[in-house]
Write a protein of this length. Sequence first.
Length: 210
Amino acid sequence: MESLAQIKSHIQTAIPGAPLEIIPNDSPSRQPSLLVGKEHAVAVAKFLRDDPELRLDYCSNATGVDWLDRIEKAKTKVKKLVDGVEKEVEETVETRKPGYLEAVYHLYSMEKKRGPAVIRMRTGNRTDDVRLPSLTPIWRGCEFQEREIYDLYGIVFDGHPDLRRILMWDGFKDFPMRKDYVEPDDYEYEPTPHDQVLEKAKKHYRQQTE
């Protein structure tokens, strides 16, 4: 299997202008991934599947990731008057980075019996810019998995053949796998509440009888 850097180079030759970035991974797997700009994602996916040297013809897994807004701190030196004397002092500058959602795909070559290569796409934010192109037309096995990502994270996959909830019911609000998801406290939809669910349900029952 070629390295991710080599795969990136091949894509850049075949699809000039496609934004690509290798994302390191500090987890025990040490498996880096290739961030693909969503505008070129379908073309990149076709190349990975059809290139005779790569033939990444199978997507074993597609999943979502939620990245919350974060504050990045950096130290910088600025000139200030200190006791009437201009001095260079060090200050910490905080920059707010908006959050985003990701769709991550693990690709293998069944023909050449090798892999995985991991690619990912990012949304513009977590609120009103959450659309990504569906890769189901390239790898048919992504259909249910993209539906699951849509259902649990809220990513809308343009071009998906049947994008609807797959685990939660129609009319369910919010996305349970987001990091800031707050589960409901009434549990009136739970026909036989038990354990921790029962304790929360009891609070709701008391409110109804008061």
